[in-house]
Design a protein around this ligand. Structure first.
Ligand code: ZN
Length: 586
């Protein structure tokens, strides 16, 4: 074999049609060949994996590109996100007050003051990321916000996406002081004894009514905001993701983002069940490898952090819940369910015969039972038991071993949320819930040992995209403070990495395309600065740095992508104004 000439990484973006990519080691996530040193790529797909010599046999004479990276892995997959709405939520003109940016309420107040000083009084102010537990105070009412914002229209979106707080000026601007709006299906407004709004809305339909006109007035560049969020995900090593709150009004934006040079993400779309026709077929100019409608999404309960998850066990009366305004008398419990069984059954009966992959948000144990009961009936009714349907449960905060075993029996996949444990774990164990339930929140080991297909996710703007931190959390059970709760719920590095690669691909029904470095799959890679199997697990996030990503055999050039996104914003604002910045509520 003659020694091929190496080209520099700088040339990689303009990679030829066929080439061989090398790295210190290639971690394939393919059990047939876990390690390699080279990958041959042709027309955007992987055509050989192995040694350089083995790759040269398949593509003789192909140029060899040394990635320069210590490790090459399949691009990470975040199988539950909301990239477009997360762009609106976290990027300008929205202002972030998320706990990882503003950890205390006094820091939030500083951001409020600065925003008031910097914007004309007639410009609405929009903030995202309030968290009652971590900010240590109840969700602000209109009265609370009026004390801060006076006569200004201002909205504060809960970090969970499940609630919004707003000022009296907003209530007046809609005429809601004279005529309070009715509660929409699947959503509600907080009211006083006379039925007047007190300035808090819950769940997407109500949040949308609050936010729609605000977003419309703010204008901004929704495509640019979404592109910034794409870039954030790419910098975390992600090459495939989903939108669990898709509706057809977002299609033009997704098409535009997919068509941009160096677009860094493939997106699988789940349409919200509250859409006009959630079961409608959808095709995209970008092609199925880039953009595909995969299923229909429904949220059975809400967020643990605002107290509207359906649990069989109570919230505790503690300093943390008192400060957050979570009343054990009303928080949690069976009434936190967003839908009746009849409503859910109707959605499943409409969507199951069309072949959609159903996905139910469910955090509390009662919500998980509810979702599994509904799934089991519909799967039996429509002849889907024993088939490869892969209906999903999302988050499963309080999920128990027996529930995961039942999910496995039904062929239901579970996508877990390590960030719930990482950021809130110290509060969950003994402050929010009794240790019996709280310590084992996000029971990674129970899920994996039950034999269910487990994936991990960041849930859009609910937590910063961070597959490596998710892996670290699932493997160590260390929270952000370094404490460990229910250490038996830790899983292996391999299981956690699978949950962000090959098993996450299964959750998207895309393992024939992505999730491992295997012949025939798309050439989507992440370059890492260290080997995640070699680094002590507690240092994974600190030491395993993402150096870059590849999508379809081209190294992603984020400056090129972002420049294109900001240069043109063909999506009229009406596209998102009706949806509003709901975070997602899922
Ligand atoms: Zn979500």
């Amino acid at each position: 074999m003659s020694e091929p000439a190496s080209t520099s990484t700088a040339l990689a973006h303009a990679a030829p049609d066929s080439f061989i990519l090398t790295a210190g080691t290639v971690v394939t996530m393919d059990a047939q060949l876990p390690r390699a040193s080279a990958v041959a790529v042709a027309a955007g797909k992987i055509v050989a994996v192995g040694t350089l010599a083995e790759c040269l046999e398949v593509v003789p004479g192909a140029p060899v590109i040394d990635s320069g990276a210590p490790v090459l892995m399949p691009g990470f997959i975040d199988p539950h996100s909301h990239p477009f709405l997360s762009g609106l939520a976290t990027q300008l003109p929205a202002l972030s007050i998320a706990p990882w940016k503003a950890p205390t309420w006094s820091e939030v107040l500083s951001i409020f003051s600065q925003a008031m000083a910097e914007h004309d009084a007639d410009v609405p102010l929009l903030f995202n990321g309030f968290d009652a537990l971590l900010h240590g105070r109840p969700a602000p009412t209109a009265t609370d916000l009026d004390d801060i914002f006076g006569d200004r229209v201002a909205v504060v979106v809960d970090n969970s996406g499940h609630a919004c707080s707003f000022t009296s000026a907003l209530i007046r601007s809609r005429g809601w002081d004279a005529t309070p709006p009715a509660d929409p299906v699947g959503g509600s407004f907080a009211r006083d004894a006379d039925g007047a709004l007190t300035g808090i809305s819950f769940e997407i339909p109500a949040n949308t009514a609050v936010l729609g006109p605000v977003m419309q007035q703010l204008g901004g560049s929704p495509l640019g905001s979404a592109a910034e969020y794409y870039a954030l995900m790419a910098r975390a090593g992600i090459t495939s993701t989903s939108d669990m709150t898709f509706s057809t009004d977002l299609a033009p934006a997704y098409e535009a983002l997919a068509a941009m040079p160096s677009s860094p993400l493939r997106v699988s779309l789940w349409e919200v069940s509250t859409a006009t026709d959630p079961g409608a077929a959808a095709t995209f100019d970008a092609g199925e490898e880039r953009l595909v409608k995969q299923g229909v999404k429904l949220w059975t309960d809400g967020s643990p952090w605002i107290g509207n998850i359906a649990t069989s066990f109570p919230y505790l009366a503690s300093d943390a819940t008192r400060r957050a305004g979570l009343d054990p008398a009303t928080a949690g419990g069976p009434s936190a369910m967003n839908y009746s069984r009849a409503q859910v059954d109707a959605t499943l009966d409409a969507c199951a015969p069309l072949g959609w992959q159903m996905s139910f948000h469910a955090n509390g144990d009662l919500a998980i039972d509810f979702a599994l009961d509904a799934y089991e009936r519909a799967l039996a009714q429509h002849g889907l038991l024993g088939t490869d349907h892969r209906w999903r449960i999302e988050h499963a905060g309080a999920g128990r071993r027996d529930q995961f075993e039942r999910a496995a029996r039904l062929g239901v996949h579970v996508s877990l949320a390590p960030f719930q444990y990482y950021y809130w774990g110290d509060l969950l164990d003994g402050q929010m819930f009794a240790p019996e339930q709280g310590a084992r929140w996000q029971a990674f080991a129970d899920a994996v040992e039950a034999g269910v297909v487990v994936s991990l996710h960041n849930d859009g703007s609910v937590s910063p995209p961070s597959p490596i931190l998710n892996v670290q959390t699932a493997v160590t059970r260390r929270t952000s403070s370094g404490r460990i709760h229910a250490p038996k719920q830790a899983i292996s590095v391999d299981a956690a990495l699978r949950a962000h690669t090959i098993d996450a691909a299964r959750a998207l029904h895309r393992e024939h395309l992505v999730g491992s470095i295997s012949v025939g799959k798309l050439a989507d890679f992440v370059e890492l600065g260290a080997d995640p199997y070699e680094v002590p697990p507690r240092y994974l996030d600190e030491r395993v740095k993402v150096l870059g990503t590849w999508v379809g055999g081209a190294r992603v050039d984020l400056p090129e992508f972002l420049a294109a996104a900001h240069a043109s914003d063909p999506a009229p604002h009406a596209h998102h104004s009706v949806r509003g910045l709901t975070g997602h509520g899922c």
